[in-house]
Design a protein around this ligand. Structure first.
Ligand code: MG
Length: 375
């Protein structure tokens, strides 16, 4: 079958606390309406009609150009029903599916099922069983009812185009309004068959919905650092003072593990590297405690809205033996990032006497970290 799809887009942002239409809200890099439109860019959809308010027309038009589907932007009405009626004038396929713009998580199987049931039965309304217990309001309180007698109604709702047009015309004459299209159809045409929905096909209504549906942003970064070993310097790794005959040479305390860690975090944030942040030409950083510099990097993470998920680092040193100091390094990093120490892994390896680390000319460290959005 082929169907046209109407996606009413007239909503405001009032219940989501936005100053603009909630369909433009960001769902982790994609707008609500973009996700909804993507779901209906299917071979069995002929065209999509978006009724919206005059002020939103331009933006919906711009968004529609990014889709490989015929999308028509039309003027909505004062109510959802009026908007649907206006959009129906542009429908000429045998079937029309009507779907809430604010239900971006609709799955392909839910859409397919609604189409199939409409084709078989004439009309389909997507529903899910009510999972909460239900009470009915009464004049002087409320009374429990059997939730198994009820469905929670979702979209898409699919109808024969001519029938739903007729229903809306009759409803207009009667001044009949409803919160969904199946109610209008049922009043004037016939019963509607139930098509099984999905609990994840939620409608974004409130600010809490929006916050709950924005997926966590996940970032990964890598850092690498090397410093030369020389006598007369302290050996500091992961903020731990390690007894050794030599120490690392650098403008700061030359803590390669912390430097690699900072570069990994900055890399995940897309903030280049520590060379940019703490130039070694700046006397302020001479002899600097790298753990203090790390605090600054962590403050940038917080500023950008990220926290550490986990971190895995490897130190490459021929000598000294580092294993006794590793728990203290991991504890320092865990405290700095305010995470449990299980999220920090510090490993150490020799390089089998190969290369500069093997010749004890220097020590290197590599770090990979992952950050997640939210504080
Ligand atoms: Mg360095």
């Amino acid at each position: 079958m082929k169907a046209d799809v109407i996606i009413p887009c007239g909503g405001s942002g009032s219940r989501t606390g936005l100053s603009y239409n909630k369909l433009f809200a960001d769902l982790g890099g994609v707008k609500v309406i973009e996700k909804t439109l993507s779901a209906f860019c299917r071979d069995d959809v002929a065209k999509i009609i978006l009724p919206c308010s005059e002020k939103d027309e331009k933006l919906f038009k711009e968004i529609s150009l990014n889709f490989d589907k015929d999308i028509i932007i039309v003027r909505g009405g004062a109510t959802r029903g009026e908007s649907v009626k206006n959009a129906l004038a542009f429908c000429n396929e045998k079937f029309v599916a009507i779907h809430d713009g604010a239900r971006p998580f609709v799955s392909q199987s839910v859409i397919t099922r609604a189409f199939e049931i409409a084709e078989k039965s004439g009309a389909a309304v997507t529903c899910v069983p009510v999972t909460d217990s239900v009470r009915k309001k009464e004049k002087d309180g409320s009374v429990a009812v059997n939730r198994h007698d009820y469905y929670s109604v979702q979209t898409p709702q699919v109808f024969k185009t001519e029938e739903i047009k007729r229903a809306y015309n009759l409803a207009e004459k009667d001044g009949f309004t409803a919160t969904d299209d199946a109610a209008v159809y049922e009043r004037y045409i016939a019963k509607v068959a139930i098509s099984e929905g999905n609990p994840l096909n939620k409608k974004i209504t409130t600010a809490a919905d929006l916050a709950a549906f924005v997926p966590e942003d996940f970032r990964v970064g890598t850092g690498w650092d090397t410093h030369a070993l020389a006598e007369g310097r302290k050996l500091i790794l992961g903020g731990v003072d390690i007894p050794h005959t030599k120490g690392l040479v650098g403008h700061s305390d030359a803590d390669v593990l912390v430097h690699a860690t900072m570069d990994a975090a900055l890399g995940a944030l897309g903030r280049r590297d520590i060379g940019m942040l703490f130039p070694d030409t700046d006397p302020a950083y001479k002899g600097a405690d790298s753990m203090k510099l790390l605090e600054h990097v962590i403050s940038l993470m917080k500023e950008d809205g990220y926290r550490l998920n986990n971190l895995s680092a490897v130190i490459m040193a021929q000598k000294p033996k580092l294993s006794p100091y590793i728990p203290a390094m991991a504890a320092n990093l865990a405290a700095a990032f305010s995470v449990d120490v299980s999220r920090i892994n510090v490993a150490a390896t020799t390089t089998e006497k190969l290369g500069m680390a093997g010749r004890e000319e220097g020590i290197s460290a590599i770090c990979c970290c992952s950050l997640i959005s939210g504080n």
